[in-house]
Ligand binder design. Structure first.
Ligand code: SF4
Ligand code: SF4
Length: 405
């Protein structure tokens, strides 16, 4: 894989007015107090809340970017910990941009690209991901030939061999992790109920490259993106449906200008189908549930309502909104691959989110992101919580009568 996607790229210098002008007003350190009821949930920067030093908030990272430009700070383990414990969750930018029109999360992403260029990023703990992508084309290091196994018996077309109108892009985690397969099967169940003509690329589907972009390795990311784009365009599909919000994010922001097909997250397609009366969930799912907005789907892409419309349409579900929701949502702790390098930290964040579900008395916390699902479940277990973690597509598939678990 040799190709590159972009010729002109953003660099840290393009945002120097942001990190020079940042006045350390600290708006980025918390949610708006009038939007979140209890003070317990005002804090919303996971790394800052956990490690508490200024450096771990966006305001501190803006100062680090400035100090690096001035040559006042050299890369060190401490600086790398600050830059790579950030979840790239976008909460700081959510607070900063409306008031200051600045992009602190983008500055942190570009600090990581600088780290990779200079050779001090990513961290040794991230090396297995890079090795797996180099050797196996997927981040989990599994044999690519098994990538489509999750869908055997589902009657989907092999889009690398025959044309399908809708190409379902499953992503590495939904494809390879058996405990997450039920969500992918639930999504297929629901998409089939809409009457869609669906195919997958199976072994021909590569990692979308999102982990590389999050780690700051844009060159390597673009190799995956360019090859995927070539393979997707060759299918002739008119719509690409993504399941994982991390795939959705890079498809929307990086792939879309080069794709011949429209791209939507499965929750968008299925909420539209509900609105048009094409699908009607009928089987009761008796539980009180709270929706956890994945950062890449919510703050990054603005997809907030479709998952809520889907959950509201499932009979028997009692709806609870978490205190931190929509733009104020708290990251699960996995974003930016921070949990990969610092699992104790990741679990700490997940436990905080599970506590929030307990606080609103939800029996289940529901999401559409395999990263969130996995880490929140670890957080619930580590906390000894009764809160269960579920996936929206599993619930919808079940309510449509599918045998998806
Ligand atoms: S990043 Fe934005 S919100 Fe945060 S301290 Fe700087 S100017 Fe204020
Ligand atoms: S992106 Fe999220 S974790 Fe990183 S500094 Fe901003 S609010 Fe904190």
């Amino acid at each position: 894989m040799e190709a590159r996607l972009t010729t002109i790229r953003e660099t840290l210098k393009d945002f120097r007015s942001d990190f020079w002008v940042c006045g350390k007003c600290k708006l980025c350190q918390a949610n708006h107090v009038k939007e979140v009821e209890h003070a317990r949930f005002w804090r919303n920067c996971p790394s800052g809340t956990r490690f508490r030093y200024e450096a771990y908030y966006a305001s501190g990272k803006m100062e680090i970017a400035k100090a690096m430009e001035l040559g006042e700070v050299e890369p060190s383990d401490a600086v790398a910990h600050v830059i790579y414990s950030c979840n790239l969750c976008g909460s700081c930018q959510e607070q900063c941009y409306p008031v200051k029109q600045m992009f602190p999360t983008r500055v942190i992403e570009l600090l990581r690209e600088e780290a990779v260029r200079e050779g001090w990023g990513p961290l040794p703990e991230h090396k297995p991901i890079i090795d797996n992508l180099e050797k196996h084309d997927n981040m989990l290091g599994k044999p690519q030939k098994d990538r489509g196994k999750w869908a055997k018996d589902l009657g989907l077309k092999d889009a690398s061999k025959e044309k399908a109108d809708v190409l379902l892009f499953a992503g590495c985690k939904y494809s390879f992790q058996p405990e997450l397969n039920s969500a992918a099967r639930g999504a297929v169940e629901a998409l089939k109920a809409t009457g869609a003509d669906i195919g997958i690329l199976g072994a021909e589907e590569l990692c979308c490259g999102a982990p590389l972009l999050e780690l700051g390795d844009r060159d390597f990311f673009e190799q995956f993106a360019a090859e995927n784009i070539k393979r997707i365009n060759a299918t002739g599909a008119s719509l690409v449906v993504t399941l994982c919000p991390h795939c959705s994010w890079v498809f929307a922001e990086e792939y879309a200008p080069h794709l011949e097909a429209e791209v939507k997250h499965a929750s968008q397609v299925l909420a539209e189908a509900l609105g048009e009366g094409k699908i009607k969930p009928s089987k009761e799912v008796s539980a009180s549930v709270a929706w956890h907005d994945p950062c890449r789907l919510g703050r990054r892409l603005g997809v907030y309502e479709p998952p809520r419309e889907i959950l509201s349409a499932i009979p028997g579900l009692e709806w609870k909104e978490l205190e931190r929701h929509h733009g104020n949502s708290l990251c699960c702790g996995a974003g930016g691959l921070a949990d990969y390098a610092f699992p104790d930290y990741g679990e700490w964040v997940a436990k905080e989110r599970v506590f929030e579900a307990e606080f609103v008395e939800a029996e289940r916390i529901v999401t559409s992101c395999p990263w969130c699902e996995e880490l929140l479940a670890r957080g619930a277990k580590g906390k000894g919580s009764k809160v269960k973690v579920d996936n929206i597509f599993t619930l919808l598939g079940e309510s449509l009568g599918g045998d998806v678990r």
